[in-house]
Design a protein. Structure first.
Length: 73
């Protein structure tokens, strides 16, 4: 049954969406070193995750902003 679902149009769309999310978590773990939470308790863990996700979003936004053209010398 799972193979039948994954072969359908909705299954392929779900796989693409899941891959995007999984890549974001992989980036958080490998690049931003979020493999282990340093703050304790549910509030500390949530805050640390939010800070890492914010940093990831800021990096993405910085890539979207075009660099100004250098002034001729």
């Amino acid at each position: 049954m799972a193979r039948e679902i994954m072969g359908s149009q909705e299954g392929r769309a779900s796989k693409r969406q899941r891959k995007k999310i999984e890549m974001l978590f992989a980036h958080l773990k490998r690049i931003l070193k979020l493999d282990r939470l340093r703050l304790r308790g549910p509030n500390g863990a949530r805050d640390e995750f939010h800070l890492a996700a914010t940093a990831q979003n800021l990096r993405k936004m910085a890539k979207l902003i075009p660099m100004p053209a250098p002034a001729p010398a």
